[in-house]
Design a protein around this ligand. Sequence first.
Ligand SMILES: [Zn+2]
Length: 117
Amino acid sequence: MSTGNVEKAILAEMGKPQSGLIDRVTRHNQIFLHNFTQSVERSCECQLMGCTQSFDLTLIPNQVLYPKYCEEHRSEYRRSNFMRQIAAQPEIYRFDTVKVISEPAPPYFAARFSDPA
Ligand SMILES: [Zn+2]
């Protein structure tokens, strides 16, 4: 999946506050820095909001890029499907229905408190 050149580019970009490359690769992957010299199995939790599924990762020497979703959610279609199901549950807080219920204090209000008279 990834070559040594990709790893080198990622490591070089890691020090920058903003990186298009990092943004791009971390959309579907996670960067896992390690210095294992042989393959190691690690359990990892799916990073899809609402999914608590964990999955096994095999950390490979000199590789820092790994999947960030469980096997079930590796495809964009399955992830959006999962999000739709979550949003359809009545007890789930819906961000799209939030409204601002109080306006910021008007300027005269602030002036009244600072006015010595
Ligand atoms: Zn998942």
